[in-house]
Design a protein around this ligand. Structure first.
Ligand code: ASP
Length: 339
């Protein structure tokens, strides 16, 4: 399948991007097949050493990449591929989303997830929802609704209204971790994600489909041990955003992500003419100067795939059409890498 050539910068478009066909008709871009692209993450944090663990995480991430990339090759839309990728990652107890979510300070699990369809420009999500298996499914169901972001009680009521079964996402490991921290009066900054201290295991997926549509999804159990009512970045445009030019999903300290308005900022920079890699480099240079602790995955309509981090590791994997790769053995420290 051919590669989607570079899109013109916005100022070369004579017709707004909502009419993609006419916008690029001069370049006859629609007659060319678009090669789907995919990037996913399983969080960012301080270390992967000692997990036996690079291989365990790699296997999990690559399996999801293989399944979801196949869907994209078979014509799945970007939002559908993103939802499937998020479901698979939520169902994997290795990651802090869905099954395996961390417990909050009161011992309860409250999860947040969002879905952004870059073509319709619709953002939907749930904040601090309890007792469901796949919070991303609720975000998907909320896409056509008038009220598209629901929090705790309302989100749970919506889940019951549409018949989502009650599910306990708690695992033995998370319960023990909470009990241990509880006896230590929650001295740690965050819960473990995969096994190491101060890691984070939120999940995210960004996809470009064969029709050139982009979508982003993010799902989290939060930071772990947090105050009741704390709101994560994962169901905000700061943590998850896309339009018809690019898409971004973030992970790491939610407060840092919100204060940088990271996902929306990167997408706006690309929309205004920066290349994706420039937008990521600028945003991560700013983040480093502000001592932020997070990571982000991104792709754009030209087929560029880029990840970035200020934290020591980001658990990202991608399919660029030719091969599967990942970020698991990247050097520590701030980095922006085009895949
Ligand atoms: N961003 C998430 C939060 O702050 C945590 C994470 O990415 O692991 O809730």
């Amino acid at each position: 399948m051919g590669h989607f050539p570079n899109l013109p910068p916005p100022d070369l478009c004579h017709v707004r991007t909502c009419d993609r066909k006419r916008c690029y008709s001069g370049l006859e871009m629609m007659s060319q097949p678009i090669q789907p692209k995919l990037i996913i993450h399983g969080g960012a944090g301080s270390s992967l050493s000692g997990k036996g663990s690079v291989e365990i995480v790699r296997q999990s991430l690559h399996r999801v990449i293989e399944d979801v990339y196949e869907l994209l090759q078979n014509g799945a839309s970007a939002p559908d591929a993103v939802v499937r990728g998020c479901q698979l990652l939520e169902d994997d107890p290795l990651f802090n989303a869905g099954t395996g979510s961390v417990l909050q300070s009161d011992g309860q699990i409250r999860m947040s997830a969002s879905l952004m369809d870059g073509t319709s420009l619709r953002f939907s999500g749930v904040i601090n929802v309890s007792r469901v298996q796949n919070p991303i499914d609720l975000a998907k169901k909320l896409q056509p609704e008038q009220d598209r972001v629901l929090s705790d009680f309302g989100a749970t009521e919506f889940a019951r209204e549409i018949g989502v079964p009650i599910y306990d996402p708690k695992t033995e490991k998370r319960l023990k971790e909470w009990w241990y921290e509880h006896t230590d009066n929650f001295h740690r900054k965050m819960a473990d994600v995969v096994a190491e201290p101060a890691g984070r295991g939120t999940i995210g997926v960004v996809a470009l489909d064969a029709e050139g549509r982009i979508a982003a999804g993010t799902s989290t159990g939060g930071k772990g041990f947090e105050r009741i009512g704390r709101v994560s970045d994962s169901a905000m445009p700061a943590g998850n955003y896309a339009n018809d030019r690019s898409g971004v999903s973030c992970t790491g300290i939610g407060e840092d992500i919100i204060e940088e308005c990271l996902a929306a900022k990167i997408v706006v920079r690309v929309t205004d003419g920066m290349s994706l890699v420039q937008a990521m480099e600028r945003s991560f240079a700013e983040a480093e100067s502000h001592n932020r602790d997070f990571g982000a995955i991104s792709l754009d309509a030209t087929g560029s795939i880029v990840w970035g981090k200020t934290s020591d590791v980001i658990l990202a994997a991608f399919h660029n059409g030719d091969r599967i790769g990942d970020s698991l053995e990247a050097e520590k420290g701030t980095k922006v890498v085009r895949c």
